[in-house]
Every structure is written in C-alpha cells, then in structure tokens.
Design a protein around this ligand. Structure first.
Ligand SMILES: Nc1ncnc2c1ncn2[C@@H]1O[C@H](COP(=O)(O)OP(=O)(O)O)[C@@H](O)[C@H]1O
Ligand SMILES: Nc1ccn([C@@H]2O[C@H](COP(=O)(O)OP(=O)(O)O)[C@@H](O)[C@H]2O)c(=O)n1
Length: 362
C-alpha cells in the first residue's frame, strides 16, 4: 500500500497514543470468574494480568500507610478511593515490559472510570464483561477458599449491592460506546473460555479494528448491536459470492459482490475501491473535497457496510437474496433518505446535490 495508508496508520496510532499500552478492562460481579479467565487469557494471548483487588491486598500486606484504610474498605465491600488504586495500577503498568494489560476489577464505579481516564488518558480497547447470576457467584465465593476476609456471606451481600449500584453503570457507559463484550459466565470454566477466546480471535480483532477505525475517522460507530453481531462471524463459505471464505476482509471488501457495491461510488465520490479497512480509512482521512464530502462519505461507508451485513444475514437465515444491482438501488434510496434529513450547512449546494453529482444506480 502507498504512503496514504501509512499516513493513515500513523494517524490512528498517533504520536500522543503511540506509547500508551493496550488495555482491556475485565468487569463482572464478585465471583463471576474474572481472575480465573484472566489466567487463561494470559496463557493464550500474552497479556499481563493486573487485578485491582490483588494490588490493594498486596498494599495492605506491605504495611503501607494506606493499609488500614484499604483493609477496612475491603472488609466492608466498599470501593477504595480512585487515587490509591490508580497509583497502584500505574506503577504496575510502568514496571512491566509488556504493552498489553488486562485490568481486572477496575473501574468499579464512575469515580474510578473518570479518574483513570483523566490521569492516564488511556481508553480501553474493549471491556470484557462476565455476566453471571448472583446465586452462582455466591456459591463460588463461599467455596473460593483463599482465606479472603471478604468472602463471608455478610460482606458478599454488600459487594453484590455495590456491584449493582456502582459497577453496572460503568458497564452501561461502555455498552453505549459499543465497547462491551459480554460473556455468559455461569457455564463451566472451559466453556466460558471458549466464548472468551472468540473475543480475542484474529477475526474479532479485525472487526474491532474496523469499527474502531470507522469510529475514529467517521466520528460514529456502526452501533453496538451490529458490531457485536459482526464479531460473531465464523469462517465458512461466503454466501454472497460462494467462492471465498467469509472472513471480515473478504465479506466487506474482497468479495466480488461487495466490491461491485463499492465500485458504484468510485470516480465521482470515492477516489478508488477500498481494498481493506486501512485503505478505507486512508481514503476518508485524506479526502480533499468540498465541505459536503465528509458527511456524505461517512454515510456511504456506514450504509455500505450495514447493507452488506444485512444481505449476508438475509442469505444465511432466510432464503431471500438481492442482486448487487438491487442492493445498489436500496443503498441509493437509504442514502438519499438519510441525506434529506440532514441539515444543510450552506444555502447551496446541499448534501443531496453533492451526492447527486455522483453516479446513479443503473
Ligand atoms: N466457570 C466457573 N465455574 C465454576 N467455578 C468457577 C468458574 N470460574 C471461576 N470459578 C471459581 O469461582 C471462584 C471465584 O472465581 P474468581 O475467578 O476468583 O472470580 P472473580 O475474580 O470474578 O472474583 C474461584 O474459586 C474459582 O475457582
Ligand atoms: N477497583 C477496585 C477493585 C477492588 N476494590 C476492593 O477490593 C475488593 C475485592 O475486589 P476483587 O476484585 O479482588 O474481588 P471480587 O470482589 O471481584 O471477587 C472489593 O470488594 C473492593 O473493596 C476496590 O476498592 N476498588
């Protein structure tokens, strides 16, 4: 790929974020299996596991001046002030040579979240959320047998309350940003890990990259439910062309069907057919065009990916299928309808007029 793509990549990994570690927050109720699954992820995917609870317990043991305060908070199931926990996490990150971390049991409330973001300027890559019913978590905690002072029924109940009241809103915050990967955690350890593994698979990484790049360049995402569904793609024959394996790259860019959709916008609006997510990103970022271009381009990228995905699902789950020409017409209608609802920046020409300067479907 040419220098445009290099420049785009550089922009994504930009200077300010270049040295920032790759962080995944691991959240879930007490006893949902966060620590257990983190150990597997470390083994399989090379992350470093930092448990906020373990760091706080080590701080008590070290005899630090905060030790008694931390011990009392943990005994009561309360959340230790952010500045203490964040300092421990920062130190652990700095002392470690790795550049990818699982931060387990943090952020546990809004204060944790906002303070971490402010102090470190680190945005998590995604949030792994272990969803488990309370009865199962209670059973596990009572059987954990690690001599923890807070694994007694009275403190466990307090921890559940804190989780519902303070930690779930943090998960909801990331859910709204399309960043939560929910795992059904009530199953046996190995079955839970099967689900976890899918989140870390190269294909899931690619779709994360795709949605992140779209978010980065377009300023909006495909929506969390679409992203989540797309991340479940499994390798099988592509239902659009029947001649390739349905990877994300193939489905959205390489497939003959999809590339004919992209080609429709080439010449008048797009400078070339995007070959992959990087060239798409480069194209958007280096677009030199009148002011009308960015919102139109943004809409085209979102709409093409969305309709290709819808068509793929229609073929997988029903017997319905639409020809490439039919999809191009549907796309044209969708884009025109959306553009009509956009406020026009200046009197003329409108976004719709700009779009009409491009080709029409045959
Ligand atoms: N899927 C599972 N099924 C049954 N027991 C589990 C499962 N995952 C973890 N455990 C056990 O439950 C207890 C709590 O797990 P842990 O990973 O420490 O949870 P957390 O870090 O979320 O508090 C541990 O004793 C662990 O061995
Ligand atoms: N970010 C955090 C994480 C843990 N903690 C404290 O540490 C306790 C144990 O947390 P943990 O993550 O080790 O264990 P689980 O409650 O998830 O089983 C919590 O109940 C809190 O009192 C905290 O104050 N702030």
């Amino acid at each position: 790929m040419g220098s445009v793509v290099d420049a785009a990549n550089k922009e994504v990994n930009g200077t300010s974020s270049a040295k920032k570690p790759n962080v995944i927050f691991v959240l879930g109720g007490p006893g949902s299996g966060k620590g257990t699954q983190c150990a597997y992820i470390v083994e399989h995917f090379g992350y470093t596991h930092l448990s906020a609870g373990d760091l706080l317990r080590a701080e008590i043991k070290s005899g630090s001046e905060n030790g008694t305060m931390i011990q009392n908070m943990i005994k009561e199931g309360k959340i230790v002030p952010s500045e203490v926990t964040i300092k421990l996490l920062q130190k652990a990150i700095q002392e470690n040579g790795n550049d990818k971390f699982l931060i387990d049991g943090f952020p546990r409330n809004e204060e944790n979240r906002a303070a971490f973001e402010k102090v470190t300027e680190i945005e998590p890559k995604f949030v792994l959320f272990f969803d488990c019913p309370e009865e199962e978590m209670e059973r596990r905690l009572l059987g954990r047998n690690q001599g923890r002072e807070d694994d007694n029924i009275e403190t466990i109940r307090k921890r559940f309350k804190v989780f519902l009241e303070s930690s779930l809103p943090v998960i909801q915050y990331y859910e709204a940003k399309g960043k939560v990967r929910k795992i059904h955690a009530a199953k046996p350890i190995e079955d839970v890990f099967q689900e976890v593994k899918a989140v870390f698979s190269p294909e899931a990484e690619k779709i994360l990259e795709l949605t992140n790049l779209l978010t980065f360049y377009l300023g909006c995402s495909l929506g969390s439910s679409v992203s989540k569904e797309i991340s479940r793609l499994i390798d099988q024959e592509c239902v659009l062309c029947s001649t390739g394996i349905e990877t994300h790259h193939h489905l959205f860019f390489e497939c003959e069907y999809s590339s004919s959709i992209w080609k429709h916008f080439v010449q008048a609006i797009l400078p070339a057919t995007p070959l992959n997510v990087h060239s798409a990103a480069a194209m958007i970022s280096h677009f030199r065009h009148p002011s009308q271009a960015p919102p139109v381009i943004k809409l085209i990228f979102q709409s093409v990916i969305y309709l290709i995905w819808k068509e793929r699902n229609a073929r997988v789950f029903t017997s319905a299928s639409t020809s490439a020409a039919g999809l191009r017409s549907a796309l044209d209608r969708l884009i025109r309808d959306r553009l009509l609802s956009f406020p026009s920046p200046d009197p003329t020409p409108s976004l719709l007029q700009f779009y009409f300067s491009g080709p029409r479907p045959p």
